[in-house]
Design a protein around this ligand. Structure first.
Ligand SMILES: [Zn+2]
Length: 730
């Protein structure tokens, strides 16, 4: 490989894909492939993994063969590449005989950059014979974790991909996966013969995803409130464990007015592909699914992934939540789980007919997942640690960081629970034991004479719900075992001895509802789009929809939401300016530039609040300009009124507003405050508190800040001639 080739790779990135720079390890991976070296790459979804093989496939001689298990998505992937002017095709069972022959001829003639095939087709003698006679640029093995027999995506065909190594030894291979712990990684290397491959592991952190996991009481209602508050019109996925629950939840959401479709392995193929198609092409649709849905879902604008049941491993959880926010915009991973999940999953692991090794590994994985749920510290740190990564500081953005969970000394309660299990003979399930603890004189209890054991009614101070939480945590932490042969009877585990002896204390997590830990919706959406940009965004989205419809492709194949947002925010006036925007390369500019410029032209820039203040301050200014006062703005945006005054203060200091126009005070009051502030003999930035006291605490800190801002900044701000656009609206 020469410097020259890397230079061409960079040019391709800019002119074809519209990005200015490589991210993560993209550049090194591309360099390795261009040099003819094998590569294994672990990259989170949204990390830009497909570029790693697309660019070398375009630059090397011959066709790049992409092996993918996702037949349903091949067409969209190929459509997206063709939009960029790349010569791509796919071969799978959905093509007619003639179409198939055409593609084969293109391969033989060296007229394709990329071809997508399913592993079972690749491995046919017919296809291999075709490849024997054609130049091949590289093999890309996508979703490489499918070789792992421990994983839930296991495909037998994947293990046979090893023969590519022997048969085409001079063709570089790249194996890609978005999730793999150390064990799976070793398996990929062994199974595919990648011992000499360069390994590139990207950070698994997905900073734009907010994680929240909590115990689910009435989890459906919780889900509904979460959707109402955070995602009233967004597309998302809701995962459930069983088909029955999938059907029920989809129906329930539909009845409540959301468009929701079920998806599970029991539906006819035709319905499944239709639902998947709709999810990809429509805005705001919810898919309620078992794990059967989603592998390789390329929809970039999935805004939330919700779990109504516990996933069976951290990999599964990470992979499923990873489908949210691929465009890098804020997204939520939300979960509500309950005691029954813990019991059901333990049971599935222990009573399945898999071998002992498999059970042991599965058990270990489930325990790690439970550990993540019951954690009281940063979720992201734990999640990344599981993948072998260290995050030095708590992330400050997960539920536990935002609202640290409360714990309580559960030692006494735990002892009562354990001894009640013991006194009733270790023959009963959770509900029965709770009834005994709370002193319910149920006929079954009376028949068993358990109203006469010493623990009958000793736990009446806690509600049944609280007790369920205690039992869930005792089971999750292995103080109690569930005997699945004995119909879910609880048994003491050896770990509980020190606790019963009084040699150990236990801290339990207080139940918290996940919703409490999430920022109000208003705060989040406006981080990305100011409300005065919204009409532009909507207009551009409509334009994109009509273009996509006329071409029969999903909207994001034309342009991503992120690109639309940037267009709405910056409103470029020329093709030259448009080229600066991420995701717009030469081909897209040529195809769509004029249409989008024309639409943007309908929203002139003079109306904008053009200044250097943050988006959230501008949002406040915009609302103020429409005649709302501080209190109203605070209510509308879910902010404290003092925060709104702080926004005003920034704008006053920048010379965009005047204190007398935004404060609910008369001129004489403002003068009085001004005088008080002026007379204090401390540095300007420390005058607020003493002024507050000197004025008998009659005025809010925020109000004082506004007056002070007018004194220090107003004149200089105006002198610098900053835009007065805000006040034009008033
Ligand atoms: Zn955190």
């Amino acid at each position: 490989m020469t410097q020259d080739q890397m230079q061409r790779a960079r040019e391709t990135l800019q002119t074809v894909f519209g990005y200015d720079a490589f991210r993560h390890h993209q550049e090194e991976i591309i360099a390795s492939l261009l040099r003819g070296r094998d590569v294994l790459t672990l990259m989170p979804t949204g990390g830009g993994k497909s570029l790693c093989y697309q660019i070398p496939a375009m630059l090397r001689e011959g066709v790049g063969v992409v092996v993918s298990p996702l037949i349903a998505l091949m067409r969209d992937q190929v459509d997206a590449l063709r939009q960029l002017g790349i010569r791509a095709a796919y071969l799978n069972s959905t093509l007619s005989h003639d179409q198939m022959r055409d593609v084969e001829q293109e391969i033989a003639g060296g007229h394709l950059d990329l071809v997508y095939v399913a592993p079972e087709r690749l491995l046919t003698e017919r296809f291999m014979a075709l490849l024997d006679g054609a130049p091949i640029a590289l093999f890309a093995i996508d979703e490489a974790h499918c070789v792992s027999q421990w994983g839930h995506d296991f495909r037998k065909d994947y293990q046979q991909l090893r023969i590519l190594h022997g048969r085409y030894s001079s063709v570089p291979r790249i194996a890609l996966t978005a999730t793999a712990d150390a064990r799976t990684r070793r398996e990929i290397v062994e199974q595919l013969g990648l011992e000499d491959a360069g390994v590139f592991v990207n950070s698994f952190d997905r900073p734009n995803i907010h994680y929240a996991l909590a115990e689910g009481r009435n989890s459906r209602e919780q889900l509904w409130r979460f959707l109402e508050r955070e995602h009233p019109a967004d597309a998302g996925i809701v995962y459930c464990l069983s088909r029955k629950k999938v059907e029920a939840v989809a129906e329930w959401l539909t009845r409540r007015g959301r468009e929701a479709l079920p998806y599970h392995a029991g539906l006819p193929d035709e319905a499944r592909s239709r639902y998947q198609e709709r999810f990809l092409r429509e805005d705001g649709l919810i898919i309620v699914a078992t794990v059967a849905f989603g592998m390789g879902i390329d929809k970039p604008d999935v805004r939330f992934v919700a779990h109504l049941n516990l996933p069976r491993s951290i990999e599964a959880y990470y992979q499923e939540t990873g489908r949210a926010g691929r465009d890098g915009e804020p997204a939520n991973a939300w979960m509500a789980y309950g005691l029954q999940d813990v019991i059901t999953l333990r049971q599935m692991v222990q009573t399945g007919d898999a071998g002992e090794d498999y059970k042991r590994v599965s058990h270990h994985k489930l325990e790690s997942m439970l550990g993540l749920c019951e954690l009281t510290t940063c979720r992201r740190q734990a999640l990344l640690a599981y993948f072998g990564e260290t995050l030095a500081q708590p992330c400050g953005r997960c539920d536990n960081c935002v609202a640290p969970p409360q714990t309580w000394d559960g030692t006494e309660a735990a002892r009562m629970a354990l001894s009640c299990v013991y006194r009733t003979g270790q023959r009963f399930g959770v509900n029965y034991v709770i009834d005994v603890l709370t002193g319910k004189a149920d006929p079954r209890i009376l028949d068993n004479c358990h109203d006469r054991v010493s623990t009958f009614g000793i736990g009446a101070d806690l509600s049944a719900t609280d007790w369920r939480s205690v039992f869930r945590q005792l089971i999750a932490r292995n103080y109690l075992e569930v005997d699945f042969d004995g119909y879910g009877a609880l048994r003491l585990a050896s770990a509980c001895r020190p606790l019963l002896r009084g040699a150990e204390r236990i801290e339990l997590r207080k139940s918290a509802q996940p919703e409490r830990s999430v920022k109000p919706r208003a705060e989040r959406t406006h981080e990305t789009l100011r409300s005065f940009d919204r009409p532009v965004f909507e207009a551009l989205r409509e334009l994109r929809r009509s273009i996509a419809e006329s071409q029969g492709v999903p909207p994001y194949v034309i342009l991503h939401d992120r690109t639309l947002r940037e267009l709405a925010r910056t409103r470029p006036e020329s093709g030259e300016a448009m080229r600066e925007i991420r995701g717009i390369g030469e081909r897209k500019l040529a195809l769509y530039g004029r249409m989008f410029l024309k639409e943007i032209g309908r929203f002139p820039r003079e109306d904008l609040t053009e200044n250097a203040l943050s988006a959230t301050v501008n949002e406040t200014l915009y609302r103020h300009a429409q005649g709302r006062d501080a209190q109203t703005i605070a209510d509308e945006r879910g902010l404290k009124v003092s925060t709104v005054y702080a926004h005003f203060a920034e704008a006053i200091e920048a010379g965009l507003l005047e204190a007398r126009n935004v404060l609910p005070l008369g001129e004489d009051e403002i003068t009085r405050i001004t005088h008080t502030l002026e007379l204090l003999e401390v540095p300007v930035d420390r005058r607020i508190k003493p002024a507050y006291e000197a004025l008998d605490e009659a005025y809010d800190y925020g109000i004082l800040r506004c007056v002070l801002a007018g004194m220090v900044g107003g004149e200089s701000g105006r002198a610098q001639g900053r835009s007065q656009a805000v006040e034009k609206h008033t």
